[in-house]
Design a protein. Structure first.
Length: 172
């Protein structure tokens, strides 16, 4: 289970720090069933930032997302796996930092595809990636790559009671 190795209270008004379990539990219960847009931020080879919306899900205590192999995001991750993933959950704005690695093993692909299907995206495993009857037009042709975020740090700002702001660091 992903547990924070260190936390820092970022709230300047005296509110208590937020537990990582709040963010983790929201990710687990809101994906894939709620209409959430995740944004992945990557770095282009020339150092300029790039951000794009993706369909992401929390499965077995990890964040996964899909990208077409020819997209700017996939090309950036191939050159530099460092990235951010941001989402507005019900009651918590969350930004996660880490490294995204492509997964090709059939067991993981099947497990994650099953969870995507629970949420309404008919993902099927093919050629070390996914295919489906629909995908974002910008993704290009399938098979689409699956990535797993190795979490290094997350920052949460509560937009519902109990309020607060916290940074969570994770052992590398």
């Amino acid at each position: 289970m992903t547990e924070a190795s260190e936390t820092k209270n970022l709230d300047r008004s005296g509110l208590a720090e937020l537990p990582w379990s709040r963010a983790r539990d929201l990710l687990a219960t809101q994906t894939p069933h709620e209409d959430l847009t995740f944004f992945v931020g990557t770095v282009r080879p020339d150092g300029r930032p790039h951000a794009a919306g993706v369909g992401a899900i929390w499965v077995d205590d990890a964040l996964y997302f899909v990208s077409g192999p020819g997209t700017r995001r996939a090309r950036n991750l191939a050159a530099n796996p460092a990235c951010t993933v941001s989402v507005r959950l019900r009651g918590l704005d969350l930004t996660m930092e880490g490294e995204a690695g492509r997964l090709t093993d059939a067991t993981t692909l099947e497990r994650v595809a099953a969870v995507y299907r629970e949420g309404g995206w008919p993902a099927a495993v093919v050629d070390e990636g996914f295919t489906a009857s629909f995908m974002a037009a910008s993704a290009g042709p399938s098979p689409w790559h699956l990535y797993r975020l190795t979490l290094h740090r997350a920052i949460g700002v509560a937009t519902a009671e109990p309020h607060g702001a916290t940074r969570w660091d994770f052992s590398r």
